[in-house]
Design a protein around this ligand. Sequence first.
Ligand SMILES: [Zn+2]
Length: 390
Amino acid sequence: MFGVPTPSQLGKINEKAKRPLSKEEVFVFSSKMVGDKLIENRYVKLDKSLLQVLKDDATEGVALMLDHPWAGLGRPKAAYPYGRTFEAKVSKGDIEGEDWALFGDSYIVRGREKDGLSTDAIIADIEDGTIFDVSIGFGYEGTECSICGGSIRKCDHWPGRTYDNKLCYVIAKPPGYLMELSLVFDGAYETAGVLSADGEITDSGLSVVRDYKSLDSEIELMNIYSKNRLITLVRREDLERKIWKGGANMDDKKYTQEEVDAKVKEAVDAFKADLEKNAEGIDVFMLKHEAVEALGKEMEPNEVLKLAKEGMQYREELIEDTIAWGVRAEGEAFASDAWKQMLSEPTRTIEAIKAFRDQFKAKAEEIPAGRVTEPKKKEESVIPDEFYKV
Ligand SMILES: [Zn+2]
C-alpha cells in the first residue's frame, strides 16, 4: 500500500530514529532525485561518481524540506525538516539521454506540526499529487571540462560552445555532498524568474550565478536541481570578498588622463596588429551572388556549411556501405582499400557510388548462404562488474 513502509524499510528508518517508530506512524515515498542527463540550461552533467557520493549522503539521511528554504527563493520560510531520506541507490536511468540516476526513499512522521504546517497536510498533498516533484540541494567541487579534462573554472573553454563539433559542458564530480531533498510544487522553478536572473540576490543573501567561469575558483557553489534545470548560488559575501577574476588587476590606483590614453592606444595597436596578422589567412573563395546562383537560393554561410558537412558524412557512409556489400559479394579477397580510394575520388558522383553498391548488393544476394560477413561483435564493457553493484 502506498505510503506504508515494508518491514525492511521500517528497520532502516528505526536505525535513524531515536525511539522506535511503528509502521502506522510513518509515511514513506520513493522519488527520483537526479540523473546524469546533460542539464541543458547550464550545460552540466553529473558524473556517476558524484551520483554515488549523493547516494551515500541520502542513505545516511538528509533532511526532507519544502522548497529549499535555505536558498531564500520565492516566499520567505523557515528551514524546518519535515522528514528524512533513509535509503538510496544509483540505477540505470529511465529517460532518454540518461545513463544513471539516483533514486531514494524518504519518510515523514505522521501527525506532527511545524511552523504552522502539519506533516499530515504534506502527506495528503503527496497522496493527492499536488506536491509531486522533488528537487535536491547539493554541492560539488569537481568541474571537469568535457573538452580538455581540466577544470572549467580555469581552462579556456566555455560551456555551451562547440569546439571541433564537440559540445563543451561541465562534468560535475566529487568531492560533493547532498544538502537536502525538497518537496516542490509543480513548476515552482520553471516559472520563477530566478532561473534567468544572473546576479539576483535571494532573501537569504545568496546570489544567483550563471557564469561561474569568471568567479574565483575557490568560491563555493551551491546548487538546486529540479526538472533537469540547475540553479547555482554563491554567498554574497564570497562575491564581495573575493575579487572577480576579470577585475583582479583593478586596484585603487588613480590613473591620470595621459596614462589612460596611453593604455587605450596600447590596446588599440595590439588589436590592429592582431587583425592584420589574422587577415593574412583569409581567402574569399566565392562571392555572395555567385553562391546564390550556384545554390538556386540565398542561404546563410553556416547553413551551407552544415549541409555540406551532412553531405560529406552521407557520402562517407555510402562508401562504407558499398565496401561492406563488396566484401559480401566478393569475399574477404575484396580489395577494400583500393575500392575506398577509388570511390572517394572527389569527381565520383553519389549516383555512381550507388550504382556500384547496387551491383555488389545484387551479386551478394545471389549467393545462397554462408558468405555473409557477421555484424561486428558489440564491444565488451570495460566497466568492472562491481561498479554496477549499487
Ligand atoms: Zn577546457
